[in-house]
Ligand binder design. Structure first.
Ligand code: ADP
Ligand code: MG
Length: 338
């Protein structure tokens, strides 16, 4: 007799959860990204104990009908891609169809969702096993509660840090998503206390003010520009407003937060000698390019992105930011043409 056996679904979901669901903020990320993909204009996130006891996300997006609600928790169940060609022109944040199955495997879930057509569907799962499926009153959108995260994986629970650290990760995440999607009204609450609220007005500068404060927002300059392949826009601080870390250089490519060394370098270069040593500007940059230039098909939790024609983009970034900053500074050192 051979020794190989196929793993059960429940076991393979638990293994996948080890990769996708590292900490409470990973769950929040997946749930909020699903809400964004569903076209929501309002997303409320409420946490208890930094999300370890409860993560509750409510959206006003497309919702799901009864059939989709039941399928959503299966591994590789997705409405976002259907063939190989789709894989190379991804516009949604999700596409692997893994998140809900993985989260469900390591928590207790209560989902309430409706596409606005008929009744809502309510589903309760415990460690990925169906406990209840029922009909609930109609309310368009999705409401999902993830309770007792890692209750059945004590080893993972041991790696979770303090409430303050875990909460910090989620605040960083929601700040970034707010800067990425100014047209969505985000609300983040922790143990009943409001942490962040954005208006969803579509005005990026207003979100910058909500997150970094009004005084900082007043020192931010708008920029935009385009090359053959890329379009950039956003806000960059005057050199008098700096921070000690590069973490305030926030980049988005096609609606996705990314880290990219070359673009970060180009921004810093553009400030040239205006920055004091070891100080960095505050920049929020939205980059748009054809999806075929940006390979998002990397590891689910990794935000480092591969870009084609990267030097075309870095030239654009350097020129646009330099023109903006130099224009405001009357700078003899900068003689390069924009
Ligand atoms: P993916 O996002 O990669 O498709 P998920 O496991 O995160 O995989 O979700 C599975 C499917 O469930 C999604 O493709 C989507 O159709 C549906 N879904 C999940 N969350 C929501 C939501 N908040 N609103 C509407 N549909 C949702
Ligand atoms: Mg998803």
């Amino acid at each position: 007799m051979g020794k190989i056996q196929l793993l059960t679904d429940s076991l393979s979901n638990k293994i996948a959860a080890g990769e996708v669901v590292e900490r409470p903020s990973s769950v929040v990320k997946e749930l909020v990204e699903n809400a964004i993909d569903a076209g929501s204009t309002s997303i409320e996130i409420s946490l208890k104990e930094a999300g370890l006891s409860l993560i509750h996300v409510t959206d006003n997006g497309s919702g799901m009908d009864e059939e989709d609600a039941s399928l959503a928790f299966f591994r590789h169940a997705t409405s976002k891609i259907s063939n190989e060609r789709d894989l190379f022109r991804i516009r949604s944040l999700g596409f692997r169809g893994e998140a809900l199955a993985s989260i469900a495997a390591v928590s207790k879930i209560e989902l309430w969702t409706s596409d606005g057509e008929e009744h809502s569907t309510k589903i309760i799962l415990d460690g990925g096993n169906l406990v209840e499926k029922s009909v609930a009153p109609l309310r368009k959108g999705t409401d999902i509660q993830v309770a007792q995260l890692f209750f059945n994986t004590p080893a993972r629970l041991k790696y979770v840090k303090t409430v303050q650290t875990e909460l910090g990760h989620t605040i960083d995440l929601i700040n970034r998503l707010s800067l990425c999607y100014p047209s969505i009204a985000f609300k983040l609450e922790h143990d009943g206390q409001s942490i962040l609220r954005t208006s969803g007005s579509g005005d990026l500068l207003r979100v910058i003010s909500d997150i970094y404060g009004m005084a900082t927002a007043k020192k931010m300059n708008h920029f935009e520009g385009e090359s053959a392949d890329y379009k950039i826009s956003g806000y960059a601080s005057l050199p008098e407003v700096t921070r000690a870390s590069k973490n305030y250089l926030t980049l988005f490519v096609n609606g996705r937060w990314v880290k990219n060394y070359a673009v970060t370098r180009a921004v810093i270069d553009a400030y040239h000698t205006f920055l004091p040593i070891e100080r960095y500007p505050i920049v929020v940059m939205h980059i748009e390019g054809d999806p075929y230039l940006t390979d998002v098909n990397v590891h689910p939790a990794k935000s480092i992105i591969k870009l084609s024609k990267e030097s075309d983009l870095t030239d654009l970034v350097r020129a646009v930011i330099r023109r903006e900053i130099a224009g405001k500074m009357r700078a003899p050192e900068i003689n390069e043409k924009p």
